[in-house]
Design a protein around this ligand. Structure first.
Ligand SMILES: Cc1cc2nc3c(=O)[nH]c(=O)nc-3n(C[C@H](O)[C@H](O)[C@H](O)COP(=O)(O)O)c2cc1C
Length: 487
């Protein structure tokens, strides 16, 4: 199955798979559409297309596109998300080519990367309507108010494009954007995010940052906005890698390339002097976040859109919501990258109720003392896993996805004084509601691996109880002879 190239193709594919419902009744983007989307997400229900958006004639709204198992796969045209990560790192796992034939095959692999590069096109569907100056007003768009105590209307699934002036690479980030007034948005890129990094670099070079906020478009580009792609890899290139083909892009007057199939593009400059108070906003930890001061302000200059635009929004809240499925997809896609950097890692699981930045369980093939702590510290030094608050390390025979097995390992293999590591005064997720300061808290590591003698006062770890297979087989036969089956 090929990856759909636009939101519209994705909606068709979802409808074809029986995973899209059209809503004809008029509903408002203020609380009502978000309520319907929340209900769909909580029940692993269908994607919804609202065909009658109260207060916004001519608009349609789509949501819960990815909020059930298999839907990210549908959007990326693959059944194997891990294979995407292997596309990136597979060369590192092979011996170098020696003979000419092997070298040519290796070269073909390099040329293959060109398939994933963005492709520039001269026309875009969103050229149909171009609103400039006083016409470019945010009130035209059906932004969501998701929760009753949210501080205003938000763009919740906008992809914020910004070029990094240090490298020229494109960054795409799904960051919430709060409507401050008809022309201004507070940009909520958090402390450690690439979008903020590119913004600070632009300011440092004396300029102001230009951004383009994209709604809809190529599904791979929508998803890559929420993916922790390692800096400085170009996110449009990574979107191509995910979709198995390049994203078609149109270059805006600001020089920013955006997907040609986008529904809406908001061009804005980020004012280095503007500092907005942002929030409150019901966030993915399940609490209201904010209001908090100091967020940069994007001033809208131009809005491009199709003549019959489809707006896309999402709702975040206490797990499990749509973002959990995107997070799980990121886990699968980046597992090969983590395994390349930390070869002892066998498997990993960010439990969906752990909000991704909250908890990570990782299994390792342990061969030397202290290795579990080495893995924790490495993960706390890597990209967005560095934001994870609690890391539990288990042996390779423990399935990190099985809460029972993990509870056993934590209970049976941990001596708290030896095996629990608290890292005080560390950086952490900016939204962590328990941290004493935004982005600044502490970490907890639990080494639930079996201890080697060096880690255990020289004592060998006790042998695990294992049944005698012959006795088991005999007893099973005897019981079955009496009509008792115990599987
Ligand atoms: C629905 C949704 C909303 C998000 N909101 C924010 C946000 O407001 N601020 C933020 O920094 N990250 C937010 N994220 C997480 C980022 O999208 C994610 O960290 C991504 O890697 C950011 O891109 P970057 O690494 O290129 O900065 C959100 C993710 C999703 C799925």
């Amino acid at each position: 199955m090929a990856a759909p190239r636009s939101l519209r193709e994705l909606l068709e594919a979802l409808e074809g798979a029986g995973q899209l419902r059209r809503v004809k009744a008029p509903l408002s983007p203020v609380l009502e559409i978000p309520a319907a989307l929340r209900m769909a997400m909580r029940s692993r229900g269908p994607a919804l297309l609202f065909e009658n958006v109260r207060g916004h004639p001519g608009w349609r709204v789509a949501g819960n596109l990815f909020g059930a198992p298999g839907r990210v796969e549908l959007a990326l045209g693959t059944r194997d998300l891990e294979a995407i990560g292997w596309r990136l790192v597979s060369a590192a796992w092979r011996p170098p080519p020696l003979g000419l034939r092997e070298k040519l095959r290796g070269l073909a692999g390099v040329l293959d990367m060109a398939r994933y590069a963005p492709k520039l096109v001269g026309r875009a569907a969103f050229e149909e309507v171009v609103l400039e100056g006083g016409e470019a007003r945010l009130s035209r768009l059906p932004l969501f108010k998701c929760w009753p105590r949210d501080g205003g209307r938000y763009i919740t699934f906008g992809q914020t494009y910004i070029l990094d002036p240090a490298t020229g690479v494109a960054n795409i980030g799904v960051y919430r954007l709060m409507e401050l007034d008809d022309k201004r948005l507070a940009v909520h890129w958090q402390l450690h995010k690439r979008g903020r990094h590119a913004y600070l670099e632009s300011i440092r070079r004396g300029g102001e940052a230009r951004v383009a906020i994209v709604i809809g478009g190529d599904p791979a580009a929508m998803l890559v906005g929420a993916m922790p792609v390692p800096y400085p890899l170009d996110k449009l290139l990574f979107a191509g890698l995910m979709a198995g083909r390049g994203v078609e892009v149109y270059r805006l007057p600001s020089g920013i390339p955006v997907p040609a199939s986008a529904e809406v593009v908001i061009e804005a400059r980020v004012d280095p002097r503007g500092e907005a108070v942002e929030g409150p906003f019901g966030d993915h930890w399940g609490y209201y976040d904010g209001p908090s001061p100091g967020w940069p302000v994007a001033v809208v200059e131009r809005i491009w859109m199709r003549s019959d635009p489809i707006y896309v929004g999402t709702v975040v809240g206490k797990p499990v919501m749509e973002d959990a499925y995107i997070g799980k997809a990121a886990e699968a896609i980046f597992k090969p990258v983590i395994r390349t950097l930390l070869p002892e890692v066998v498997d990993l699981n960010f439990p969906v109720h752990g909000v991704f930045q909250g908890m990570l369980i990782v299994s390792i093939r342990k061969t030397y003392p202290g290795q579990a702590k080495k893995v924790m510290m490495a993960l706390w030094g890597l990209g967005q896993t560095s934001l994870t608050k609690i890391i539990v390390v288990v042996d390779e025979d423990v399935d990190p996805r099985d809460p029972g097995q993990v509870a056993w390992a934590v209970s049976a293999n941990v001596d708290p004084q030896r095996d629990v590591l608290v890292v005080p005064a560390a950086h952490t997720d900016q939204l962590d509601p328990a941290a004493p300061a935004p982005g600044y808290g502490s970490k907890l590591g639990i080494d639930a691996t079996r201890k080697l003698p060096e880690e255990n006062n020289g004592r060998p770890w006790p042998p695990e109880v294992e049944p005698d297979p012959e006795v088991d087989a005999r007893v099973r036969r005897i019981l079955e002879g009496e009509g008792i089956r115990l599987d």
